[in-house]
Design a protein around this ligand. Structure first.
Ligand code: ATP
Ligand code: ZN
Length: 210
């Protein structure tokens, strides 16, 4: 029998909850911080610890059979994967925000303005749908400080409590998408029986939490 692989985030906001979910599924494995792969001793499964950005492609390309990642990352990477189950953690929303003292109050007022984001694909589609043409500036992190530095008029970033926006003098005014962690897989996986078995275990853990 082939061994399945599931890709989860190595460290970051989804790591702990992903590990907890797999442990609650009855899977025994060592959660070594230093290794990239952990074998599961009581199920034909290996756990791959990766950067979240790489997970959708690994699943699409068949390097991993399953993955746990935020919907935001899947949409941004534009891969072909199947959504198997929403997991109820890692909840956040992608929002457009502007400085508190800014005169931008409507989407229309973003026309011609610079918007900094690490999500250019999702933001680009959203603005296009709304008929807005902004100058999307792609940066790789610390998006929230960019208006203060004069690098942009607005930002589009992930928000959960809104605390980071607030402490940077920003206010949200448009919801681009909401996101949570999801279990993803690939259409036509060679190990459909094992995949189904894991999905069922995940679903019963989630049901027990309700
Ligand atoms: P990696 O090193 O794996 O690339 P990262 O820095 O890109 O990690 P994290 O900040 O750990 O990512 O966030 C992982 C995911 O957690 C996000 O893609 C998103 O789905 C979710 N998330 C939940 N709340 C927030 C939040 N307030 N800010 C950012 N991401 C959040
Ligand atoms: Zn990342």
């Amino acid at each position: 029998m082939k061994t399945l692989k599931i890709a989860i985030q190595k460290s970051g906001r989804l790591n702990e909850k992903s590990v907890e979910l797999l442990k609650n599924c009855g899977l025994n494995f060592e959660n070594y911080k230093s290794s990239l792969i952990s074998p599961v001793s009581n199920f034909p499964l290996e756990i791959l610890f990766l950067r979240d950005d790489d997970i959708p492609e690994y699943v699409q390309d068949g390097i991993a059979d399953l993955g746990i990642v935020g919907e935001n990352v899947i949409q941004e990477t534009e891969v072909e994967v199947s959504y198997l189950q929403k997991l109820g953690f890692g909840k956040c929303s992608l929002k457009i925000a502007v400085p508190n003292n800014n005169s931008i109050n409507t989407l229309e007022e973003l026309n011609g303005k610079a918007v900094a984001t690490t999500y250019p694909v999702i933001l680009g589609k959203y603005l296009k749908e709304k008929g807005i043409t902004s100058d999307i500036r792609t940066i790789s992190g610390s998006v929230e400080i960019s208006p203060g530095l004069g690098l942009s008029d607005a930002i589009c970033d992930l928000v959960s409590t809104g605390g980071t926006l607030k402490s940077n003098g920003l206010k949200p005014f448009a919801d681009v998408m909401s996101s949570e962690a999801v279990l993803i897989g690939r259409k036509g996986s060679e190990n459909e029986d094992l995949v189904q078995e894991l999905i069922q275990r995940v679903q019963s853990v989630l049901r027990a939490k309700e």
